[in-house]
Structures are given as C-alpha cells and as structure tokens.
Design a protein around this ligand. Structure first.
Ligand SMILES: Nc1ncnc2c1ncn2[C@@H]1O[C@H](COP(=O)(O)OP(=O)(O)O)[C@@H](O)[C@H]1O
Ligand SMILES: Nc1nc2c(ncn2[C@H]2C[C@H](O)[C@@H](COP(=O)(O)O)O2)c(=O)[nH]1
Length: 226
C-alpha cells in the first residue's frame, strides 16, 4: 500500500506482527491461515516488485551476480519493506511476511559475511538502515519465528521452485540463513530484537502446522485486545 495522501500514517493502536523464517519455511502458508481471520491485514513479501521494478529484475540479477547486484536488490527491498511497515491501514492487526529487520540482519548480513558484498556497499546500506530505524517508527509488536531445519526447507523448495531465480539455492545457503536467524531470534547473540519472539517449530506437515497456528492463535493476537 501507499502512504496516505496527507503523508501521515494512521498507525495508532495497530498490532504489528512480522512472520520470520528461512526460505520455504512456510511463511506464506502461515499468512494464508491468518488471512482467513477478520480484521487482520496480511502483507506478503513484495517479491513481485523485486522481480520487476520498471522492467528490471534485481532478484534474478542478485542470484546471478551477488557482488554486483546485492546492493541494488537490498536497497530496493529496504524501500519496499519500509513502505509496507508504514502504509496506512484500518485493520487492528497487520501481519507481514518478513521485515526491514530480516532484510538487514539476515540476507544483507549473509551477503557481506560471505564476502559477496563490497564493504562500501554494506556501509552505505547500514547508514540508510540506521537513519530509517532511528527516525521512523516501525510498528512491530511481535515476531513469529517459523523455526525449521534447513533440510526441510531444501526439500520443500524443490517442490515449489520459483522460476529461474531460485534454481541456484543450495542447502549451504539455507544453512547460512538458518544460522543467522538462530543467532538473531534464539541465541540472541547478534542484533537487537524489534519485539518479543514467539518460536513455532515448523518442520511438521500442513496438518500439523494448522494445529500449531490454532494453538498459538490467541497468544499471537492477544496484544490486539489491549
Ligand atoms: N508444513 C508444510 N509441509 C509441507 N510442505 C509445506 C508446508 N508448508 C509449506 N509447504 C510447501 O513448501 C513450499 C514453501 O512454502 P511457503 O509457505 O511458500 O514458504 P515461504 O513463504 O516461507 O517461502 C510451498 O511449496 C508449500 O506448498
Ligand atoms: N538477497 C535477498 N533475498 C531475499 C531477501 N528477502 C527474501 N529474499 C529472497 C529469498 C527468496 O528467493 C525470495 C522470497 O523469499 P521467501 O522466503 O518468501 O521464499 O526472496 C533479502 O532481503 N535479500
């Protein structure tokens, strides 16, 4: 969505939930479950924007040559996430797939740590991220972490396998992303937490996960009542 025409955001009283997890951990499926609940606004990841910005596909470019195109993709993802976080809504609860935080702490961090992002690119992106998070209010009240084994994601990814971009996703890449999530949300040894974390083991099958969402539903939506 776009900011209201007056340029201000009506976000008072909004419960902001972000759903985090590895690639193919089941985030979209989780959001689909909660989208069936009234008065929750569900915002999936704007992957379609990352695949087509004025005719260019920065997602594909990054998978082809991360050193050259990592900055381009991360810069645009940061903008699209910021737009999602701050767009106006009438709903009492907003559930978002991932966040401006995981774009920085997980994916951008991985590009930099694996030597695929030049230090100057990382420095400029970090300056943007720190300015944004210091000067704008990003409404996040709960982080739901779908915790999976990288092997599970690798198996599921083979089933889904989005167009060409993701053909090159290796188990090693999923393991690196997994460890960064575990450092951030479970071991809490890397970056600050924007909100309390609810960890949901997500290796189970569809039926098992629907049960888990039902079991956790009250806790996830609780803050919206107060
Ligand atoms: N609990 C599950 N068991 C088996 N397959 C699943 C489960 N949840 C999702 N999938 C499948 O795995 C793939 C990734 O799921 P998806 O919800 O798109 O994950 P994400 O949004 O985290 O990438 C999809 O093909 C989906 O049908
Ligand atoms: N380099 C980055 N890639 C990202 C980021 N966020 C998501 N992604 C990639 C991973 C997948 O190929 C695709 C969608 O992710 P799903 O987990 O929804 O399958 O986009 C990012 O910040 N940087």
């Amino acid at each position: 969505g776009f900011a209201s025409s007056q340029g201000f955001h009506i976000l008072k009283g909004l419960l902001g939930i972000i759903v985090e997890g590895n690639i193919a951990s089941g985030k979209t499926t989780c959001l689909e479950y909660f989208s069936r609940t009234s008065d929750i606004e569900v915002l999936t990841e704007p992957v379609s924007k990352w695949r087509n910005v004025r005719g260019h596909n920065p997602l594909a470019l990054m998978y082809q040559d991360p050193e050259r195109w990592g900055l381009t993709l991360q810069s645009y993802i940061q903008l699209t996430m910021l737009d999602r976080h701050t767009s106006t809504t009438e709903a009492a609860v907003r559930m978002m797939e991932r966040s401006i935080f995981s774009a920085k702490y997980i994916f951008e961090e991985n590009l930099f740590r694996s030597g695929k992002m030049p230090e100057v690119d990382f420095a400029v992106l970090s300056e943007w991220f720190h300015w944004i998070t210091a000067n704008m209010s990003i409404p996040v009240d709960l982080t739901v972490y779908l915790q999976t084994d990288p092997e599970t994601c690798h198996r599921r990814l083979k089933q889904r396998c989005r167009e060409t971009e993701e053909k090159g996703i290796t188990l090693e890449y999923l393991q690196a992303i997994h460890e960064l999530y575990e450092d951030w949300l479970v071991r809490r040894t890397s970056f600050s937490l924007p909100a309390p974390v609810l960890v949901i083991p997500a290796d189970g099958d569809h039926q098992d996960m629907m049960l888990k969402y039902e079991e956790n539903r009250e806790q996830i939506l609780a803050a919206a009542i107060f």
